[in-house]
Design a protein around this ligand. Sequence first.
Ligand code: SAH
Length: 364
Amino acid sequence: MNTTPDKTEILNWLRETNAERLAELWRRADETRRQHVGDAVHLRGLVEISNFCARQCAYCGLRMGNENLVRYRMLADEIFAAAQQAVKFGYGTVVLQAGEDYGITTEWLAEVVRRIKSETPLAVTLSLGERSNKDLAAWRAAGADRYLLRFETSDRNLFDEIHPPLGNRECDRIEILRRLREFGFEVGSGIMVGIPGQTFASVAKDIELFRELDLDMIGIGPFIPHPATPLGSGFKIFPPVNGEQVPNNELMVYKAVALTRLVRPDANIPATTALATINKKNGRELGLQRGANVFMPNLTPLKYRRLYEIYPNKACIAETGDACNGCLGLRIKGIGRHIGSGAGGRRDRQMLPEFEAGKEFCHA
Ligand code: SAH
């Protein structure tokens, strides 16, 4: 019963609506998570370092065409201060995320990374879009440990419609993921669930692709319409294919998260902010109980945070660092889990022979 689901089973689970049957999927995902990555919930402090973007993604509120958004780029000192806050709160990782902002230059960011790596024990994750080989190699050489780049959907036609190329540069996120691995990064990717035009078969293929790419981290969140984007007008632009449209609701996200845990048992899988946004009460907890093992508290300074509006009504838009830290500690404890120590990388786990499922370990 605990074998990894094949393609047909994945598709059947994605279409499942019976609550009792689904309880079985949640149980399997939770058990697999416990066996392979234990009860620790690893925390990654998210710092949204810039909302400038050169791209025109049809889903994202940061798209260049959104002229109503006040743009910001954090100063190097502000980023470093946020990283120090991550250390203070005991997080093992800081994630620097931004729009695809070419004002973030190769050397400037390399210096930011070098400073965090030399003055703190943090792992550094970057999520800065489709940058050149030169940039990626330079940031890896500066000490960046991980890179996140969601492929968003494995349906090439849908991806091309919602993610126009930059100039005449071809855009192949799968290829970039391979390259990131060659450069020595731990590699993360992921999808949005419920993109207008997305079918169940296409989400099943996404999950198959997670399996194939042997990803270290996999982020899955609901598509949330942003009114200042072409997709914000809902499902009118991309009508359902053959009458089929994957809903962008939380149940669909839990199914995708749970199945992803079954196909990639030792990956790091976050309960995403987008999931917390559509169920502010307990979306995070349910995500963590249905396959996820990572949580990404927001460390972006409050004055910038509301401007990083990839979608509206983001969860935790007003919490200060201390309040947020207290709240999430209680949430994690409340579901019988504990906060992970150390950087919590997939590779660290693989390299530690003494790691036993269910037990936390220390890197010191
Ligand atoms: N510029 C970087 C970071 C983008 S924001 C990049 O392109 O990789 C990180 C993720 O937010 C995106 O990969 C996308 O999956 C998600 N996102 C963007 N707009 C969204 C929306 N309207 N609803 C839900 N998720 C969204």
